[in-house]
Design a protein around this ligand. Structure first.
Ligand code: UD1
Ligand code: UDP
Length: 407
């Protein structure tokens, strides 16, 4: 028999709120929000609860924000496990690869509660990324793996996760984006507020440790942004703001237009009216394929080769490469027309529905719903998954890891 609040959803950062909002809403009274507080500034947390009209968390953890990774994970695991032992949820849902997701998965598993992992199977194969370690550990702990794409599913299967526990659902970012994009009138107002003209500016975000924690790299990226021939709007993540202060780069950065992190609708509106995007964000690699904008990914690798393979993104690392890509994209008058007709590789906007159905089935002790055919491959317990894996691995080895736009 189902009970109120018997499915615990653990989250703690901006992208998790965005990507779990649809599932939380669909779960209705069955779901309960457990917020770790990893992100705590209004503009990275409550602003997103408001955008998606989410209820207040039923559990809010203490002492997580701004702490070292080891402290965040251990404190959150401890507090969540204490709570789970008291209230015994039937299922715990975690999303992605953050410290909060790993803590949620550990706490649930240690308490004998099944774990459903949303956005499972992404792999950068870069052990220097905290997120790569987190997502691999969550895969070990999870009982049900909702993979956004067939490549993600194939990664899981190739690591020995049983086929019956993997479902390809699409990525929930598709519905989050479609739901949150403002209309024409509101977008015009937003452009006006920031003094920007449609298609005549670049929107940039940078927050990954590989770019923010090394002064030389951060300076290189800032210099490349400063060299752009059209205005750059740069919403500054708190991690980046801290590094800019600590490394004395504020003067250099003052040559481009900085703003605090933007609310989701404003960000999407600006992104969809920009000429191009520059970012190291995971979510923006997905969103660019939905809003059909070119993206320069500033990273040494990516766990989302789909955005590169489908021609929306190009991955670069060094200052001259960033500048070259900006020049190339601005000179390509055909690109916008080509991208507009490209399909999004991250699903059809029904991922939250599928994940909710799976979650309810698991919580109620039933069998997993059968997989569906999405796109090129079948993602059920059939050998095609292995074929998807072969393609996926080939993509990772091939130049697609760098990508080139709209080929
Ligand atoms: C985390 C995730 C990352 C995700 C990102 C989304 C991990 C390992 N990393 O990185 O995968 O892409 O969130 O944005 O979980 N800070 C504030 N205010 C806040 C939040 C953070 O000032 O509301 C500061 C903290 O004090 C800290 C720094 O930003 O010094 C980094 O925060 P943290 O949550 O540790 O990691 P992120 O870099 O945000
Ligand atoms: N985003 C936002 N406001 C901003 C910058 C980003 O709403 O000022 C959104 C963006 O659209 C994306 C999400 O935040 O959906 C990504 O978060 P982030 O880049 O912090 O994390 P990642 O996806 O890299 O884990």
């Amino acid at each position: 028999m189902s009970a109120k609040n018997d499915i615990a959803v653990v989250l703690g950062t901006r992208p998790e709120i965005i990507k779990l909002a649809g599932v939380i809403r669909n779960l209705g009274s069955r779901g309960s929000i457990h917020y770790t507080g990893q992100h705590y500034d209004d503009e990275l947390s409550e602003s997103f609860f408001r955008t998606f009209k989410l209820p207040a968390p039923q559990l809010l953890l203490n002492g997580i924000s701004g702490e070292h990774r080891s402290i965040q994970i251990s404190r959150a695991t401890y507090q969540l496990a204490e709570h789970f032992r008291r209230v015994s949820p039937r299922l715990v849902i975690v999303q992605g690869d953050t410290n909060s997701a790993l803590a949620g998965a550990q706490a649930a598993n240690y308490c004998g509660i099944p774990v459903l992992h949303v956005e499972a199977g992404l792999r950068s194969n870069d052990r220097n990324m905290p997120e790569e370690i987190n997502r691999r550990l969550v895969s070990v702990l999870a009982d049900v793996h909702c993979a956004p794409t067939s490549w993600n599913a194939a990664n899981l299967v190739s690591e020995g996760i049983p086929l019956y526990a993997v479902r390809v659902t699409g990525n929930t970012i598709v519905e989050a984006t479609c739901e949150s994009l403002p209309g024409v009138e509101e977008s015009r107002e937003i452009l006006g507020k920031y003094g920007l003209c449609e298609n005549e500016f670049i929107l940039a975000t940078i927050h990954r440790p590989e770019n923010t924690d090394d002064p030389q790299r951060l300076a290189e990226i800032i210099d490349a942004l400063c060299e752009a021939p059209i205005p750059v709007l740069f919403p500054v993540h708190p991690r980046t703001a801290e590094s800019v202060r600590a490394f004395g780069l504020a003067d250099r950065l003052s040559r481009i237009r900085r703003v605090p992190p933007l609310d989701y609708s404003t960000f999407l509106s600006l992104a969809s009216h920009a000429r191009l995007l520059i970012s190291d964000s995971g979510g923006i690699q997905e969103e660019c394929t939905i809003i059909k904008k070119p993206l320069v990914v500033v990273r040494r690798n990516t766990e989302r080769p789909e955005a590169l393979a489908s021609g929306f993104a190009v991955r670069v690392r060094h200052r001259h490469e960033i500048s070259e890509e900006i020049t190339r994209i601005l000179a390509n008058s055909e690109l916008a027309r080509i991208l507009v007709n490209r399909p999004c590789p991250f699903g059809d906007g029904k991922a939250s529905e599928r994940i909710t159905e799976i979650a309810l089935a698991v919580a109620d002790g039933g069998a997993l719903p059968p997989g569906e055919r999405l796109g090129e491959f079948s993602y059920t317990c059939e050998p095609q998954v292995v074929q998807g894996g072969a393609v996926g691995r080939a993509l990772l080895r091939s130049p697609v890891q760098r990508g080139s736009l709209a080929q």
